[in-house]
Design a protein around this ligand. Structure first.
Ligand code: IMP
Length: 427
């Protein structure tokens, strides 16, 4: 019953695609359990680079069944264009399964995301503008549209009517926008029904049966721990639970089934969108991390904010997710610095604080306390084992491991599929 959760330990974009891909060949099911097309995985296979937003990265591994769980929000037009893009490149996508309980991102959810951000002005969250938050809001308000609703026109019409009832008031009276016509939305959604039908399944049953048959199931989180609606830097978060517990609710699998929780941890830190970020750099080091690390959003094309590694966050991620392992990515990006600062604690209003403060006000005031670690200048991209790394790179990894509270079981030393050092097997 090997069920693994793989999730971002920071603010997302830690390089999860590479980790999933490393496991791809031995995994039977790769499941997305939350988020939507706000995520962005770049997977490099041979000389081909794939940017996936909604599909689980297991779609690129021929033996693997990719699953979109009930906790995901699905934009059908994005899903279909991602599928046809892969088909054009010769990737077989026929095994994909989509939960009938997953919620649909409707065109009006995208509109509401954009107008509310604009309305918030300088208080905006910096969302990806993909309709993620409003779709989850509809889900919680019990006016959401689910994939299964596409197969009952009368129910679909009633539900779209209910959802638009209040939204049209808001759009016309508050935001000065045009009302959205129920019929037009229903027509567009019905148009997706036949195209999605071959993929729609009872994924909860499929996954639990797979686990009973000892299949390997990998739950792949989108975004990251600090973007979690409950455990992240609220309100500068996404509207779902990327943390480990989200895998259970977002896929319908009990916590007793999860055997391993792997946190993907970048050797430095990045963040997209607004919100606190204690180790953020505004100098040429930050610029260099952005340039060397290619820190530009896969989904939005926005430059990522960059900073040094933050061990307080890593410890927090270990705690809230019950991490059993870390996969440290992008170590190669740090090659060339004489000394590398690592944030070991915060100073908040004159006091040293070792753990992430639960008070948002305190976190906004947190200043990093740095320890300087010696850097290395050798090219590490060809390293195949831990001992191939220069001594200072080894010491950097060991120091991070000690500060972060879980073993580092793999290290990414370059973007390619094979540029990974495996220390402990994940399976
Ligand atoms: P939303 O998920 O589009 O609602 O955006 C909420 C916040 O999460 C914003 O700060 C986004 O930049 C951030 N975010 C959403 N998806 C990702 C991701 O995949 N990587 C990094 N940040 C993300």
């Amino acid at each position: 019953m090997p069920a693994l959760v793989l999730l971002g330990a920071q603010w997302g974009d830690e390089g999860k695609g590479k980790a999933t891909d490393l496991l791809g060949g031995s995994v039977d099911y790769v499941v997305r359990y939350q988020g939507g097309n706000n995520a962005g995985h770049t997977v490099v296979v041979g000389d081909q680079k794939y940017a996936l937003h909604l599909l689980p990265s297991g779609i690129l591994s021929p033996g693997c069944t990719p699953v979109i769980g009930n906790g995901v929000v699905v934009d059908p037009s994005v899903l279909l264009s991602e599928l046809s893009g892969l088909n054009e490149r010769g990737v077989d996508t026929s095994k994909l399964l989509i939960s009938g309980n997953a919620h649909i991102i409707t065109p009006y959810n995208v509109t509401v995301d954009k107008v509310t951000e604009r309305f918030l002005g300088k208080r905006k969250i910096g969302t990806t503008g993909r309709g993620i938050g409003p779709t989850y809001a509809d889900k919680i308000n019990r006016v959401g549209i689910r994939v299964q609703d596409l197969y009952d026109e009368s129910i679909l019409t009633q539900k779209v009517e209910a959802a638009l009832d209040v939204k049209n008031q808001m759009l016309t009276k508050l935001y000065n926008r045009r009302a959205i016509a129920v019929g037009q939305v229903v027509e567009e959604l019905l148009d997706y029904a036949d195209k999605l039908a071959p993929y729609v399944a009872d994924t909860v049953l499929v996954l639990n049966e797979a686990l009973e048959q000892d299949k390997v199931v990998l739950f792949e989180g989108g975004q990251g721990t600090l973007l979690d609606i409950d455990h992240g830097t609220y309100p500068f978060v996404t509207s779902s639970n990327p943390t480990a517990g989200g895998a259970c609710t977002g896929a319908g699998v009990g916590p007793t089934k999860i055997s391993r929780v792997i946190g993907i941890l970048k050797a430095y830190t990045t963040r997209v969108g607004a919100g606190p970020f204690p180790t953020e750099l505004f100098d040429e080091d930050g610029e260099a991390l952005r340039r060397i690390g290619g820190e530009r959003g896969v989904t939005t094309g926005r430059d990522r904010r960059c900073g040094w590694f933050d061990a307080v966050i890593a410890r927090y991620a270990t705690r809230v997710n019950g991490l059993t392992d870390f996969f440290l990515t992008k170590l190669d990006v740090l090659t060339g610095w004489e000394q590398i600062p690592v944030c070991v604690a915060y100073e908040i209003d004159g006091k040293r604080v070792e753990e992430l403060p639960y008070s948002q006000t305190d976190f906004h005031h947190a200043k990093p306390v740095y320890e300087m670690l010696p850097g290395w200048s050798e090219d590490i991209s060809k390293a195949k084992s831990f001992s191939d790394l220069p001594k200072n790179a080894q010491a950097y990894v060991k120091a991070l491991e000690e500060m972060s509270g879980a073993p580092i079981s793999a290290i990414g030393v370059g973007p390619g599929r094979t540029e990974t050092i495996e220390i402990n097997s994940f399976l």
